[in-house]
Write a protein that binds this ligand. Structure first.
Ligand SMILES: *Cc1c(COP(=O)(O)O)cnc(C)c1O
Length: 475
């Protein structure tokens, strides 16, 4: 079989004479022109060398500049796209700009962005094997690759969901379902209140998940290095003996990039029964770098793990890889039943919709699959290693500057520091000026109640020169 792309079949609709009931679905010249316009814009944006950083506008400004695009007659594609290109897009910060080092940036590979268009064009339903087997096979290949990197057993499997928030919720719902079922099977009473043990730098989405699930989050104090670790978790397990159903360890906190001591937490599984969920949304990608493997030791014992490809695996928004040690436990919690879904459930196929809190899904793992297949894994390992090197280099630079104080040596690629003597207002003013000048987007954050600055570096186009130039603007 040839693997060279062949032209797609064209010609008359197979249902002879069946003209579409709307001009929005036909093959007219108007339709071709719309598609060309959009592809042309996409091509220019994907290949652009110097993308502007841009910034938000106020709602009244946008009302004035954008006017009403929605009317009975429509604007036509040319004007609508012009409105997007010249008014709306400039009112959105380019998250892939090299100077975007706030929050967690995104830096999708060119192949992954381009393939995202293919995913849209292909109209694939990614919820069931019956409908999307080819796409699901490819997504599963990526999940199996990640699971092996994490040290999970070959039976592990999962699904790409929208983001880390949905990934954490889905994993924790599966965890509680499992705990309930286990107690029921043993004839034990269910606790009045279920508890999740988490750390001091656990992501806010875990609290959100707990609120949705109506369970309590108990924060375990950090060890001397700011990590959640075994001894603290063990005390909390004893204290909340019959109500803990999950422990959430963070593999790279969002604010400071701290990796919990997962090995010592996982070791508690020898003595205690709990579901270990590892939230590696941002940081777990670094396990692809061989020298970093030891940092994440213990991940292989997790019951569920997440990592966001839209963060440090260079895929476009939005995708979270959610992987379970035992996918059957997730299926038991998440499979929806309805008469119209019965044929799917009876088939015993691998249905991604059984594994998370969502039914309809685009096969959002495909852009990562295509990019990995295109460039090879080694290129990913090198790119992630480059962010780690850059973070260390800029941390060194910060340490040479007397007016700055590094908060901690970067564990991963977040570099947090303070400008000695600055108050929250000073940080805010400096940050706004930097964005106004369209140089960079660096939002202040906070640590132990005090304002700080942080660079989150994962874009391979972010250079040490650029970061040094940003530091030079702090006086
Ligand atoms: C970003 C992040 C999340 C949330 O992921 P979304 O994709 O934004 O929903 C959860 N946990 C950690 C550690 C994160 O960095």
């Amino acid at each position: 079989m040839s693997t060279t792309p062949q032209p797609l079949p064209s010609g008359p609709d197979r249902l002879e004479g069946a003209a579409p009931a709307s001009r929005m679905h036909d093959q007219s010249e108007e339709t071709s022109a719309i598609v060309e316009l959009v592809l042309d814009y996409s091509r220019r944006r994907i290949l652009a060398d110097n993308i502007p950083l841009d910034k938000a506008m106020t709602a009244p400004e946008l009302v004035r500049l954008a006017g009403n695009a929605i009317s009975e007659e429509g604007l036509g594609a040319r004007r609508a796209l012009g409105l997007f290109e010249h008014v709306l897009a400039p009112a959105c910060i380019s998250v892939d700009h090299p100077g975007f080092v706030s929050f967690i940036p995104a830096a999708p590979t060119k192949a992954s962005i381009a393939f995202d268009l293919v995913v849209s064009a292909s109209a694939i339903y990614g919820g069931s094997w019956m409908e999307g087997s080819g796409a699901i096979h490819a997504e599963n290949e990526v999940l199996a690759f990640l699971a092996a990197e994490f040290g999970l057993p070959p039976e592990a499997g999962g699904v790409f969901v929208q983001g880390g928030t949905v990934g954490n919720l889905s994993a924790l719902v599966a965890a509680r379902h499992h705990a309930r079922a286990t107690r029921k099977a043993r004839g034990l009473a269910q606790p009045d209140e279920w508890v999740i043990l988490s750390g001091e730098s656990t992501h806010s989405s875990v609290a959100s998940a707990a609120a949705v699930m109506d369970v309590r989050v108990v924060r375990v104090p950090a060890d001397s290095e700011g990590r959640l670790s075994g001894p603290g978790v063990e005390l909390a397990l004893q204290e909340h003996k019959d109500s803990v159903f999950a422990v959430v360890a963070t593999a790279g906190s969002t604010n400071l990039g701290i990796v919990d001591d997962i090995a010592s937490i996982a070791a508690l599984k020898d003595e205690h029964e709990f579901w270990l969920h590892v939230d590696g949304a941002y940081g777990l990608a670094a396990i692809l770098v061989p020298e970093m493997r030891a940092t994440f030791e213990g991940v292989g014992r997790a019951d569920s793990v997440i990592v966001d490809p839209h963060k440090w695996l260079f895929a476009p928004f939005d995708a979270c890889a959610l992987i379970y040690r035992d996918p059957a436990a997730a299926r038991a919690a998440h499979r929806q039943s309805a008469s119209y879904l019965d044929p799917l459930n009876e088939a015993e196929d691998w249905n991604p919709s059984d594994l998370s809190f969502q039914l309809t899904r685009r096969p959002r793992g495909l852009p990562l699959w295509f990019s990995l297949a295109t460039y090879g894994v080694a290129e990913y390992r090198r790119s992630i290693a480059a962010s780690l090197d850059l973070a260390r280099a800029i941390a060194d630079e910060i340490e040479t500057r007397p007016s700055l104080r590094l908060i901690r040596r970067p564990d991963l690629s977040v570099v947090a520091f303070e400008r000695i003597g600055w108050a929250a207002d000073d940080y805010a003013r400096w940050s706004a000026a930097l964005l106004d000048d369209q140089r960079a987007f660096v939002m202040p954050s906070a640590h132990e109640g005090a304002p700080i600055l942080r660079f989150a570096v994962l874009n391979p186009r972010t250079s040490v020169e650029l970061l040094v130039a940003i530091l030079d603007t702090i006086d």
